[in-house]
Design a protein. Structure first.
Length: 359
């Protein structure tokens, strides 16, 4: 009988003994924390859904997303490889449509975009496992429209909160390439946010929001060492649409910044699993936008079964519109120190290598 070696843990606890050579451990982490705005979250009354606001924007963004490092958004289901025509015994799956195109769930894209939006605005700390007593001053539990007297933070106003529907509708993101690639991920382990670690500041408060760096490639362990996953390979292209209503110019501008449309802060999204080893980098192109800015636009668009393209922006007109909204976002909503910190982590292209060793 042969003894199967136990896998080495990433970032083991100090109390655990280990025979490894400490000099072989990569001390540079593949992530960084973006600090919280010191003023705390900003609570305001949301616009709502009962009517179209004449001072807000309504419409649709048409997005094209390109995979830059291998992408895997897990369904949580492991199947025999021959069930999906993969040449492995078992494989972790992605959602795949009846036409054999890979699909990223709209909820996954929403969560990715929202986390960045929260980081660069004065937004609550949503969906955290941290002890509320360790949250910084000005940040309590996530927004609840009933408990907060009809007021919610910057992000919750457009993405939704407890008892409040968001102003943006996220559709599933469909791959334009047929088929998929089989990748082999190394074993990844849970975070270990012990007191005194980088997760907390000198006062013992949560240090910030955690984001993983983009890298030039993803770690691939090979069939003999890695875990087989169904994935979209580099250069695969996905497309989707975001519908929105009652959004202020600065809110739409902040969304454009998150989507990497600000030339001063060229960032990309981190989607799905394997973020510590470089997976999930996607760049976004806003190919066109349908913008309804006043009641006349709304009336003409919704009073016919065959809407025209009078409100469809492309090319230079679209670039000018995006630049205008981004300018409004920088003057009214975006927190510049946090954006600068975030851009350092999510800037793309990059020449950063993924971590080969434990960290």
């Amino acid at each position: 009988m042969t003894n199967t070696p136990k896998p080495k843990l990433r970032n083991p606890l100090p109390s655990q003994s280990s025979s490894r050579d400490d000099s072989a451990v990569n001390t540079e982490k593949p992530y960084k924390f973006v600090s919280f705005p010191p003023e705390g979250s900003r609570l305001e009354r949301p616009t709502g859904h009962d009517k179209f606001d004449k001072n807000s924007l309504h419409g649709t963004l048409f997005l094209s997303l390109k995979v830059q490092t291998s992408l895997h958004v897990s369904t949580g289901v492991v199947v025999p490889g021959n069930d999906i025509a993969a040449r492995v015994s078992l494989i972790k799956t992605m959602v795949q449509g009846i036409d054999k195109h890979l699909v990223v769930q709209g909820s996954s894209l929403k969560g990715c975009i929202r986390s960045v939006y929260e980081a660069i605005s004065r937004s609550c700390i949503c969906k955290t496992k941290a002890d509320f007593r360790k949250l910084p001053e000005g940040y309590g539990t996530e927004c609840d429209i009933k408990k907060n007297r009809n007021q919610v933070c910057d992000a919750c106003r457009i993405f939704g909160a407890l008892n409040l529907q968001g102003l943006i509708e996220f559709n599933d993101v469909k791959c334009e390439n047929i088929g998929f690639n089989t990748g082999f991920m190394p074993s990844l382990y849970r975070p270990r946010p012990e007191p005194g670690s980088a997760y907390f500041d000198a006062r013992g408060k949560v240090a910030g929001r955690k984001f993983y760096y983009h890298t030039i490639r993803a770690i691939e362990k090979g069939q003999n060492q890695g875990i087989a996953v169904q994935q979209a390979a580099r250069e695969y292209t996905f497309s989707t649409q975001l519908q929105f209503k009652n959004i202020k110019p600065e809110e739409l501008g902040t969304l454009f910044v998150v989507l990497g449309q600000d030339s001063n802060y060229p960032i990309a999204l981190k989607v799905g699993g394997g973020k510590p080893i470089g997976m999930g980098t996607m760049t976004v192109e806003v190919s066109q936008a349908r913008i309804l800015q006043n009641f006349e636009d709304l009336r003409s668009h919704y009073s016919t079964y065959t809407p025209d393209n009078n409100h469809l922006l492309t090319g230079e007109a679209l670039e000018t519109f995006i630049a205008t909204q981004i300018k409004a976002a920088h003057s009214r909503l975006i927190q510049l120190p946090q954006l600068q910190q975030l851009a350092e982590v999510l800037r793309y292209p990059t020449d950063r290598e993924p971590p080969e060793d434990m960290y």
